[in-house]
Design a protein around this ligand. Structure first.
Ligand code: NAP
Length: 269
């Protein structure tokens, strides 16, 4: 089993990330949590050592400062959990470019910058990079196309990183949770989609997605599974979480793409 003693996490202030932080603290780990929000220490599990560092990962100087602070406290850590994220919805044609850029910035560019800054620390521990992807990386979601696109990018990057960093002894793993009940749903930036030919389908689709998320797995369950994968002795580069979603991934691999894309459209189109 791979042992975690020290970890860095982005997006540890709520949802899945906060549960990962709490489970690590419960195990006595030292955790560096990077997010824009900093909570009172008593909001977290009382064991372990927690360093909350206020950081907007998309802001270069903020991320530099955060890693300088980490560097003052340690010269290595075992895992980077690159987990920060947010959702947007809207039709491909109606989504403003500014929002698309922000989506790619948080999920891909800032995530990779965090990875780059973590490599020297992880090389010393022969550590792991865990990228929180999503089942939406494989099941491309209508009206959440840009979210699907950033998560698909993370899967691709995990595969390449895994090969490139093998000589440093670092493993990169993209983990794809399915619907999870967190504050992510309420925080989603929703487009208006007013054009009459799209509006009804869009609103029906988003209502269904929101219902599925809010009746989905708990953040704690997902965090537990995510940590179980992180600790595997010989992990694969890509994982789904939960029996149902792993079954969906198998179907999407073996069935014709015309059929799987039709099925995704039937549910959310
Ligand atoms: N919920 C789901 O159904 C679901 C399913 C599959 C995958 N995921 C993925 O799981 C990850 C965690 O989501 P969640 O459901 O736990 O949502 P959440 O509760 O909204 O948590 C999102 C976290 O990301 C942080 N964050 C966002 N932008 C940031 C920025 N610019 N700089 C630093 N931190 C930032 C937030 O912290 P601050 O706001 O304090 O900065 C927060 O801690 C995301 O990558 C999401 O895409 C979620």
């Amino acid at each position: 089993m791979f042992e975690i003693r020290k970890a860095v996490i982005t997006g540890g202030s709520s949802g899945i990330g906060m549960e990962v932080v709490n489970l690590l603290l419960q195990d006595g780990c030292e955790v560096f949590s990077l997010s824009r929000t900093v909570h009172p220490r008593e909001n977290f599990n009382s064991q372990g050592t927690l360093h909350q560092i206020a950081c907007d990962i998309t802001d270069e100087s903020s991320l530099d400062d955060a890693f300088s602070r980490i560097g003052e406290l340690t010269d290595s850590f075992d895992v980077l959990f690159s987990n920060a994220g947010f959702g947007i919805s809207g039709s491909v044609s109606d989504t403003p470019k500014e929002q698309i850029v922000r989506m790619f910035d948080v999920h891909v560019f800032a995530a990779m910058e965090t990875v780059r800054k973590s490599i020297p620390f992880l090389a010393r521990s022969k550590g792991r990079i865990i990228l929180t992807s999503s089942i939406a990386a494989v099941v491309s979601l209508p009206y959440q196309s840009y979210y699907s696109a950033v998560k698909a990018s993370l899967n691709t990057l995990a595969l390449a990183l895994n090969t490139e960093l093998k000589h440093n002894g670092i493993r990169a793993i993209a983990i794809m949770p399915g619907d999870t009940a967190t504050g992510f749903t309420a925080k989603r930036e929703k487009g208006t989609c007013d054009s009459p030919d799209v509006a009804e389908r869009y609103h029906r689709s988003i209502a269904r997605m929101e219902r599925d998320e809010q009746t989905g797995a708990s953040a704690k369950t997902v965090a537990r599974k995510l940590l179980r994968i992180t600790r595997k002795r010989a992990p694969k580069p890509l994982y789904g979480i939960g029996f149902f979603y792993r079954f969906v991934l198998v179907l999407f691999k073996i069935l014709p793409v015309r059929l799987t894309n039709w099925a995704a459209g039937l549910l959310y189109g």
